[in-house]
Design a binder for this molecule. Sequence first.
Ligand SMILES: Cc1cc2nc3c(=O)[nH]c(=O)nc-3n(C[C@H](O)[C@H](O)[C@H](O)COP(=O)(O)OP(=O)(O)OC[C@H]3O[C@@H](n4cnc5c(N)ncnc54)[C@H](O)[C@@H]3O)c2cc1C
Length: 368
Amino acid sequence: MTPQTRILIIGGGIAGLSVASELCRRRRTGMGLTLVEAEPRLAHHTSSRSAQHLSPGYGPPAVRELTRLTVAQLRDGLPGASGPVVWPAPTVVIGSDDQLAAETTFTSEQIDRARVLELCPELAGVPDRALQGGLFEDDAVRTDAPAILEWHRSQAAEAGTRILTDSPVRSASYDDGVWTVLAGDHRLNAEIVINAAGAWADKVAGLFGASTLGLQPLRRTAAVVELERPLEPGHPVVVTADGGWYYRADPEGAMISTGEAEPEEPCDSVPHPGQIEALVDELNSTTDLRITGVKRAWTGQRTTAPDGVPVCGFDPRVPGFLWLAGQSGYGFQTSTALARAAADCLLDGCIGAWCSPETTEALSPARF
Ligand SMILES: Cc1cc2nc3c(=O)[nH]c(=O)nc-3n(C[C@H](O)[C@H](O)[C@H](O)COP(=O)(O)OP(=O)(O)OC[C@H]3O[C@@H](n4cnc5c(N)ncnc54)[C@H](O)[C@@H]3O)c2cc1C
């Protein structure tokens, strides 16, 4: 059987689009590459719902390494893009001394309460027990997620990648080295399938006869709110060490988030009634942010592997089935490096020496 498509990517979020453009860059052609997306539009799910913050000190060690590489490349700019896609966005994590000492998610410079209040005067009313000091990270950046998604899409499309929306993968069978996949109205053949299905990655794996990895979608809600007084340009992103909330400046006021990580089935997640209003009340009573209204709110699913590290590599038991999933809250900040790692696996058989052996091992689906 001759495959029409050598490589089939399942999922049109940041994971699927970035690996499509990376493969096109390396091959200089998208011939033989198809991307299928279940929804009528690309990036409908988590990739259109992020906080657009890239923090090199945030996450487990493998994530931090992938983030450093991704941020360095994004700082250099995207070839042919009309302008920069990252801007400085220093970050302050606040909490009690005990919380900050136990903090393992963020690695940054320790600062005292007085310094936190110099950087973020609106926190002066937060009681001492909740703000004894902070962790300060000055190399974090804000990004333009829609611009990055569109850049990857256009790179892939211009190189000839077939992009099929409204095409949910429903079944798959394997014969003589070729997958036959039914996706929407399409019957597609491929030698290699890349599972970039976000919250649905374990369900997609089941269709291909792969063992599920225990990937768990965790809901998180955010909103853009109006402020009585705008935050100063360059105002730090503020995050509570207990994960209670975070906020950052936004051109329309501020972006705030409830910071929750609540398990949920894969779905088109929406905010719980009253959830954002409760956070607005809390922020207005504990800080001097002075929120005057909610412009829009949304919920997305951060999908996490049991050990919190993304999964990138060929399935150890199922032929031609490559995982690119479990990006959790790091999907944009690791995107360039993870796309490169996935393309290495596919084109070279393993992740290149640009990535440390520890991170290569940490990403492997064989670890489960
Ligand atoms: C509130 C919030 C804030 C966040 N903030 C940040 C941040 O500041 N920085 C950061 O780096 N990350 C952040 N993230 C995480 C980031 O958004 C995700 O890690 C990333 O978007 C995941 O991308 P993805 O492509 O894996 O998933 P998705 O964007 O969900 O894409 C997967 C796609 O696969 C499709 N699909 C599923 N099943 C099938 C099927 N059977 N057939 C065809 N297609 C299928 C889906 O429709 C979906 O479009 C945040 C997430 C949330 C919710």
